[in-house]
Write a protein that binds this ligand. Structure first.
Ligand SMILES: CC(C)(COP(=O)(O)OP(=O)(O)OC[C@H]1O[C@@H](n2cnc3c(N)ncnc32)[C@H](O)[C@@H]1OP(=O)(O)O)[C@@H](O)C(=O)NCCC(=O)NCCS
Length: 174
């Protein structure tokens, strides 16, 4: 995985050395209103990261994540992820979150654009998908700004707070 840089951000690949920083971020308030996040303890999370593929290339499967840092700051302000599954290896799914105090400054959009470019170039993906629940307006705005097209509503397509919810499916072709 590559370090990605944008106008304002450094996106640092998550591996066992910095898994703890992502785990800490996952404990921040305001991230779980519209999505269920892994409930690992710190060690379990590190072990799950250890099992991931390290190189993003054509045919890569599993989850690839980057921590988001502004300039030379050492405190992460969010993360972005790209996930490929065996049943559809030419498609990647993006995920993204920004801590509450740093929202509405365009950071998610900037970071998601960068991992989309990386998904299309390093992994040669044919398309990138994204899913969010209808009530998550900021997330929908991010996807629409980037150029994703809303394709379908998937009834009970995800779980939030342990309950099935309808989700909007978005796609961006290569
Ligand atoms: C979704 C999320 C990542 C967006 O992060 P962000 O850095 O604030 O995103 P951006 O600033 O790039 O874009 C957000 C856009 O939503 C807009 N927005 C925010 N709240 C809004 C509202 N209530 N109504 C309309 N637009 C709204 C912002 O104005 C901004 O658009 P603009 O750049 O055109 O002004 C962030 O809200 C978050 O982490 N939420 C919790 C976790 C989550 O839901 N993750 C996504 C799961 S699908």
């Amino acid at each position: 995985m590559n370090v990605l840089t944008t106008a304002r951000l450094r996106l640092i690949p998550v591996d066992t050395r910095n898994a703890h920083a992502l785990w800490k971020l996952l404990q921040e308030p305001g991230l779980r209103e519209f999505q269920d996040l892994p409930k690992f303890d710190a060690q379990g999370f590190r072990r799950s990261v250890e099992q991931r593929e390290r190189r993003l290339r054509p045919g890569s499967l599993g989850r690839f994540e980057w921590l988001m840092y502004r300039g030379s700051e050492t405190r992460a302000l969010g993360w972005v992820s790209l996930r490929m599954q065996e049943r559809d290896p030419e498609s990647g799914e993006v995920g993204y979150s920004v801590i509450e105090s740093e929202r509405n400054q365009g950071f998610a959009s900037e970071a998601v654009r960068a991992i989309i470019a990386e998904g299309f170039s390093a992994a040669r993906l044919a398309r990138i998908r994204a899913f969010c629940i209808p009530e998550n307006v900021p997330s929908r705005v991010v996807l629409e700004k980037i150029g994703f097209t809303q394709k379908a509503t998937l009834p009970h397509g995800a779980m939030v707070h342990g309950k099935p919810v309808d989700v909007l499916a978005f796609v961006l072709e290569r």
